[in-house]
Write a protein that binds this ligand. Sequence first.
Ligand code: ARG
Length: 228
Amino acid sequence: QTLTQIKQRGKLIVGTEPTFPPFEFVDEKNQVVGFDIDIAMELAKRLGVKLEIVSLPFDSLIPALQQGKIDLAIAGMTITKERAKVVDFSKPYFEANQAIVVRKDSKFEPKKLEDLVGQKVAVQLGTTGDLVVSDITGINVVRFQKFTDAFLELQNGRVDAVVLDEAPAKAYVKKFSKFSISSIVDTGETYGIAVKKGNKELLNFVNQTLDIMKGSGQYNKLLQKWFE
Ligand code: ARG
């Protein structure tokens, strides 16, 4: 979609997977909110159109972009070589590492990914967390579409750990006092906003908006709002 087509349509369609606080999650009013959603709102505002948020499983976001069902994927999505072959990414807008989350009462304190060998570990299907644990032989990986379900399994003792990005891990641990972060795995990831491959016009617009938001202090305000 060109910017003109998006303006004619009157709405910007953004895909996300909303079990990833504080980037995107469902609040008490059943609204999808978060850091990424505020960025999406700013993009729509600058285009002079409405924002439509489409919630999809994380591993469906890239196919949805390719099929033109969504204009952008804003989902705390790590820029990886594999993904960059099939979609285009904006400039990096956030840095991330993986975290290992366990039940406090379990006395299981993995300090590195290798400590998860022989254990049952929940991840979100298709995420970088999925990739790093699946790379190690001997880990029993259980894949979920929603992080909320992965944490339910951890709570019920059906898995021994959940591996996910650090900021959402902190958000879940804050919300559920039963969990704790046993270690951070330095993966050195950065998040980008994804557009359909070749959509330069939309990509430039996204990059310009990120620059403006950073320059004006609006970006820092959002960090303060969502990462206190
Ligand atoms: N950063 C990780 C990845 O790109 C996890 C992203 C999950 N995002 C989400 N909205 N569920 O694979």
